[in-house]
Design a protein. Structure first.
Length: 56
């Protein structure tokens, strides 16, 4: 888990070798502009960042 309820888990980012720029790019690819708008973001096996946006 990389983000939950807008909170970034930096240790998970380090484990997966993801920079903040990589994370933001992954969010933009999922049409999300701000970390605070993310309910959940995870790293998939293939290296893709999956994002579930907050509702409302």
């Amino acid at each position: 888990m990389l983000i939950r309820d807008g909170k970034v888990f930096r240790k998970a980012m380090l484990r997966h070798g993801i920079s903040e720029q990589d994370l933001m790019e992954g969010l933009r690819m999922e049409q999300v502009d701000k970390i605070g708008d993310v309910a959940l973001a995870t790293m998939e096996r293939g290296g893709k960042i999956s994002v579930v946006p907050k509702e409302g």
